[in-house]
Design a protein around this ligand. Structure first.
Ligand SMILES: *[C@@H]1O[C@H](CO)[C@@H](O)[C@H](O)[C@H]1NC(C)=O
Ligand SMILES: *[C@@H]1O[C@H](CO)[C@@H](O)[C@H](O)[C@H]1NC(C)=O
Ligand SMILES: *[C@@H]1O[C@H](CO)[C@@H](O)[C@H](O)[C@H]1NC(C)=O
Ligand SMILES: *[C@@H]1O[C@H](CO)[C@@H](O)[C@H](O)[C@H]1NC(C)=O
Ligand SMILES: *[C@@H]1O[C@H](CO)[C@@H](O)[C@H](O)[C@H]1NC(C)=O
Length: 151
């Protein structure tokens, strides 16, 4: 079996200018490197730009990253290594504020084998811990814990 080793996403305008966060879908490319190969291969169909560095979670043959596009809320970007395709997974309902610039306040982890998000942004006095109990089922998000940060 061929193992895909690496995935990199390049929002092109960001390479040109740090301050310009406007870029369209056609500007996004994904590239991956197969083991035994010395060339990067291009993957099209990147739905939204993922936060490339922060807290990727591997589950069900796919990596998952919080979305870094300001235009959408509550989206997790997945890349499935078996199919070589990107996908979108809905985020938790309570995470309604724009969080694209708030990477330090949102962390994705696996809890009991479920995608979970620590949200230190929506509620200023507490950490909300959201858990997606059934993979890719929007309605299955629940607030598993609220950790009061004022005590
Ligand atoms: C991004 O696009 C919006 C809407 O077209 C525009 O108002 C804004 O000035 C643009 N931002 C940059 C940094 O170009
Ligand atoms: C992950 O990939 C393996 C090998 O192709 C496959 O047997 C399995 O069903 C996949 N699991 C999921 C959850 O897609
Ligand atoms: C996010 O950052 C961009 C670029 O610095 C800025 O234009 C935008 O207003 C910020 N959005 C929020 C919600 O802070
Ligand atoms: C949570 O957010 C507050 C600001 O609202 C900040 O002071 C605190 O350091 C954050 N905690 C973590 C763990 O990021
Ligand atoms: C925010 O967290 C506090 C606990 O610190 C809780 O009492 C309050 O209901 C929470 N607010 C929302 C909107 O969830």
């Amino acid at each position: 079996m061929i193992l895909i080793l690496f995935l990199i996403l390049i929002p092109i305008p960001i390479l040109i200018s740090d301050s310009d966060s406007n870029y369209s879908e056609s500007d996004r490319i994904g590239e991956f490197l197969l083991s035994g190969s010395d060339a990067w291969e291009r993957v099209d169909g990147v739905p939204f730009s993922p936060q490339a560095i922060h807290s990727p979670c591997y589950l069900n043959n796919a990596t998952h990253q919080l979305c870094a596009d300001e235009s959408v809320h509550n989206v997790i970007v997945s890349f499935n290594f078996e199919t070589g395709q990107f996908g979108e997974i809905p985020g938790p309902p309570g995470m309604t504020k724009d969080h694209a610039n708030k990477t330090n306040y949102m962390t994705m982890v696996l809890l009991d084998g479920c995608l979970s998000i620590f949200d230190n942004y929506t509620n200023t006095t507490a950490f909300d811990v959201w858990k997606m109990n059934e993979y890719s089922v929007k309605e299955s998000w629940s607030r598993a814990f609220v950790i009061d940060t004022t005590v």
